[in-house]
Design a protein around this ligand. Structure first.
Ligand code: NAG
Ligand code: NAG
Ligand code: NAG
Ligand code: NAG
Ligand code: NAG
Length: 466
């Protein structure tokens, strides 16, 4: 038996390969009579992908998977029997009598199945040149496909989705380790609530967040630009499912995303005719990319030391814990807002304002409305439970009413975040607030003046004499 050792940037593998089926014509289809057994492979028409048996490095287990078939480098993108490895060199991939796709071990025990209750007899499975393995009934209708059942890799045209009615999700799931493809603790999927965001979860806890989708990019990923994009799309199918997908803008490269056992999303690509896979981007470059590192109302800047600060106008909730570098319990407001004081004691005083932070990954849990910028600011100002807002032209009005979680300061990209602060906390030169009101002003709640003719000049960027 010929055993080829292949190395990969993502997952070092030992592949069992080099076998020709029949007259050395590669086949791409399995039927109930034409099955493959270890170490045979299917080769997609066009040769981009293979399906067969592989052994991860530092493992003796064998799995059935799909990988990019490059001459000397290989990367598994999908695994069938993740949790039930084959333990010897026997095993077959075949179609059962009822039409399901099966992986069986040498003792004919099923270790993986496409699991369709209504599979059609005489189905066949074909490995396509997109890396998709499709099961079809004998009329050609697709009854099952591997891209609807992702492993840890996200390829062009795949969909990760959430059904907003049922909560059902299609997610990527990490391997336990590079030598163990069984389901690890990380998953990656889309959260469509309010404004769609991509999340990596560690179990049920968020571990990484893309920031809001603006129709073209996720604004919490500053490296994203139209070149980076390669045709990302977030689609609401109007039947309750929101999904994310991408198409390759540049047809002279292979490109895909992989969720590593450590929970990092890695964008990997290879140019046609070249053998080397290269890393183009990673979700987790610093501790700041870990969800909520700086706690409530904290903000993370990877260039700073320490990386966490409280947002302007906030102080550590537990100073001693915070200065030890344990930021999880976050920050609290230093000075009560005027709107809060008015509510509680009837005291007036100088009105609250907004402090502008530029190039920010905006916090999680944004409320969303269609309001334009001026209206967005006013809506926030009029509601004392609104602690911040952000207006982003292709998204609209975002506002926050609870703790501000998972903010990050970027050197470029991101959005402007306007934090509501008591007047005395605003500082100099960098605030936006109501400066003057001439005759005819209308007194609204919370001491806000509004003049019908001043609607658009109501707020100004000014120097604060305080
Ligand atoms: C097949 O279905 C059974 C029962 O619904 C489930 O326990 C099993 O995990 C499924 N297998 C796969 C490969 O989805
Ligand atoms: C399946 O294929 C066999 C052999 O070609 C044929 O005899 C049988 O009728 C087919 N069954 C169905 C349900 O189409
Ligand atoms: C496509 O990728 C190749 C290789 O990286 C690059 O040379 C070429 O400029 C790209 N084409 C476009 C249209 O981006
Ligand atoms: C940080 O503080 C929290 C809350 O007090 C505590 O539960 C946690 O163990 C601390 N973490 C470390 C690393 O000390
Ligand atoms: C103020 O904002 C909170 C939180 O978004 C919301 O529940 C409440 O209805 C708002 N109040 C008014 C008067 O709009």
């Amino acid at each position: 038996m010929e055993i080829i050792i292949l190395k990969s940037v993502i997952t070092p593998l030992l592949l069992l390969s080099g076998f020709c089926f029949g007259f050395c014509t590669p086949i791409d289809t399995i039927t109930s009579t034409q099955f493959i057994k270890c170490p045979e492979t299917l080769v997609s028409n066009g040769s981009a992908f293979k399906l067969g048996f592989f052994t991860p490095a530092d493992s003796t287990n064998r799995y059935v998977g799909i990988w990019y078939s490059t001459p000397s480098l290989s990367t598994v993108i999908w695994v069938a029997n993740r949790d039930k490895p084959l333990t010897d060199f026997s095993g077959i991939v075949t179609i059962s009598e009822d039409g399901n796709l099966l992986v069986m071990n040498g003792q004919k025990v099923i270790v993986w199945s496409s699991n369709l209750s209504n599979a059609a007899p005489n189905s066949s499975a074909q490995l396509l040149d997109s890396g998709n393995l499709v099961l079809r009934d004998n009329s050609g209708r697709i009854t099952w496909e591997s891209i609807q059942h992702p492993s840890h890799s996200f390829l062009p045209k795949m969909k990760i989705s959430t059904n907003t009615h049922t909560g059902e999700k299609v997610v990527l799931t990490s391997w336990k380790s590079p030598s163990d493809p069984s389901i690890g603790s990380f998953s990656a999927g889309i959260n469509p609530l309010n404004i769609p965001q991509v999340f990596v979860w560690n179990g049920s806890h968020p571990y990484w967040r893309s920031g809001p989708w603006n129709g073209q990019i996720f604004i919490g990923v500053p490296e994203m630009n139209s070149v980076f994009l390669n045709g990302f799309q977030v689609v609401d199918d109007k039947e309750g499912t929101v999904y994310e997908t991408f198409t390759l803008a540049n047809s002279s490269i292979f490109l895909y995303y992989v969720l590593t056992p450590e929970g990092t999303v890695v964008k990997t690509y290879r140019e046609f005719g070249k053998e080397k896979w290269q890393v183009a981007w990673k979700s987790n470059k610093s501790e700041c990319d870990v969800y909520g590192t700086c706690g409530a109302s904290g903000i993370c800047s990877s260039g700073n030391s320490p990386i966490c600060n409280c947002l302007k106008g906030y102080k550590p909730k537990y100073m001693e814990e915070w200065s030890r570098g344990n930021w999880t319990r976050g920050c609290v407001r230093k000075t009560p807002l005027q709107c809060e004081r008015t509510n509680s004691s009837g005291q007036q005083g100088k009105i609250d304002g907004f402090f502008r932070l530029t190039s920010v990954k905006v916090p999680d849990f944004a409320d969303w409305s269609l309001a334009l910028e001026d209206e967005c600011r006013k809506q926030c100002f009029k509601n004392c439970s609104c602690v911040a807002y952000s207006y982003y032209s292709s998204i609209g009005c975002m506002s926050w009413s609870g703790n501000m979680i998972d903010s990050q300061k970027f050197t470029q990209g991101g959005a402007d975040l306007y934090i509501r602060l008591a007047y005395s906390e605003l500082g100099k030169n960098v605030l936006v607030f109501f400066t003057s009101c001439f005759s005819g002003c209308i007194l609204l709640q919370n001491g806000v003046f509004e003049h019908p003719s001043l609607l658009n000049t109501f707020w100004q960027l000014v120097s604060n004499p305080a």
